[in-house]
Design a protein around this ligand. Structure first.
Ligand code: CP
Length: 308
């Protein structure tokens, strides 16, 4: 059954696994409709949103901010550094407080995987939780914007070949994307340093050296090297990483004519990707950021539908 895109209805958005294929496609299509200028119905009552970022963010934080304001939500400023988190207040008590104040939606990024479990199990916390990234767990809104970017380019997923390249072990983007891309019928491949590859990923795709993958792939999806999650054993010089595992000018020249380059960003220029390729013809990195606003509008609208 195809759900009309504006009628997707969610209580929370925590993982991509929890979404049905119909909900995923509905959110992507709705994101595209927003991008094409479709207007949304003004809300019958005032809704409040708060964005709680316990880890640093530019894209996710600010695009949720823009999406909320475009939908007419009241955005309550919440800065971890000046909040009672600094007095030792826990995540649970922070969200409990915001819920008691009447916040309807809390967008949360936190370093702990599955931080949301205790929040959604609470009988007192009433607000919806949107996961803006949990440690190395999942990043569902990034996954949806990545899917929207691929769909926009290829008009579907079935049979596409996508390579996920780089720091896969520490990447919540990779975890969400490998699951959903496989479910939607793409052929998933992996590459990058073998120390950042885990056999558990074999369920979704296969590891191959990057130079074998480059001429075959429709999408080269690069991942940021996540220095903040490394324990010091994993050291590559920038030059060595770029030479062995990065998208160099020479590798880009061997990509299919129709293939595209993606990266969730922030980008380490001249490490994962050559500086001059970030804004090149094949790159969709800037488009991904723009799509992030529209797909997040679709997510927020679906949460509001769940409250209606
Ligand atoms: N892609 C991404 O999550 O970027 P930010 O960390 O800037 O939000």
């Amino acid at each position: 059954m195809i759900i009309p895109s504006e009628q997707v209805s969610l209580k929370h958005l925590l993982t991509v696994e929890a979404l049905s294929d119909q909900e995923v496609m509905g959110l992507i299509r709705r994101g595209q409709e927003f991008k094409n200028g479709v207007q949304w119905m003004p809300q019958r009552r005032q809704y409040f949103a708060a964005n709680l970022f316990f880890e640093n963010s530019t894209r996710t934080h600010k695009s949720f901010d823009v999406a909320e304001r475009r939908l007419g939500l009241e955005v309550i400023e919440f800065d971890i550094t000046t909040s009672s988190v600094q007095k030792g207040e826990t995540l649970y008590d922070t969200v409990l407080t915001l819920s008691a104040l009447g916040i309807d939606i809390a967008v949360i990024r936190h370093g702990d995987e599955n931080y949301y479990d205790e929040l959604i199990q609470s009988k007192t916390i009433q607000c919806s939780i949107v996961n803006g990234g949990d440690g190395s767990g999942q990043h569902p809104s990034q996954c949806l914007l990545d899917l929207m970017t691929i769909y926009q380019e290829f008009d579907g997923f079935n049979g596409l070949k996508v390579a996920i390249v780089g720091d896969i072990t520490h990447s919540r983007v990779a975890k969400s994307n490998m699951q959903m891309l496989k479910r939607l019928g793409t052929e998933v491949y992996f590459s990058g340093p073998e120390i950042w590859y885990d056999e558990s990923f074999e369920v979704y795709g296969h590891y191959q050296p990057l130079d074998e993958l480059i001429p075959e792939m429709d999408v080269i999806m690069l991942l940021r090297v996540q220095h903040e999650r490394h324990d010091g054993k994993e050291s590559f010089s920038k030059e060595a990483y770029h030479r062995e595992y990065g998208l160099t000018i020479e590798r880009e020249a061997k990509m299919k004519k129709s293939a595209i380059i993606m990266h969730p960003a922030p980008v380490n220029r001249d490490v994962e990707i050559a500086d001059s390729l970030v804004e090149s013809l094949k790159s969709r990195i800037v488009e991904q950021m723009t799509n992030g606003v529209y797909v997040r509008m679709a997510i927020l609208e679906a949460i509001l539908n769940g409250k209606a």
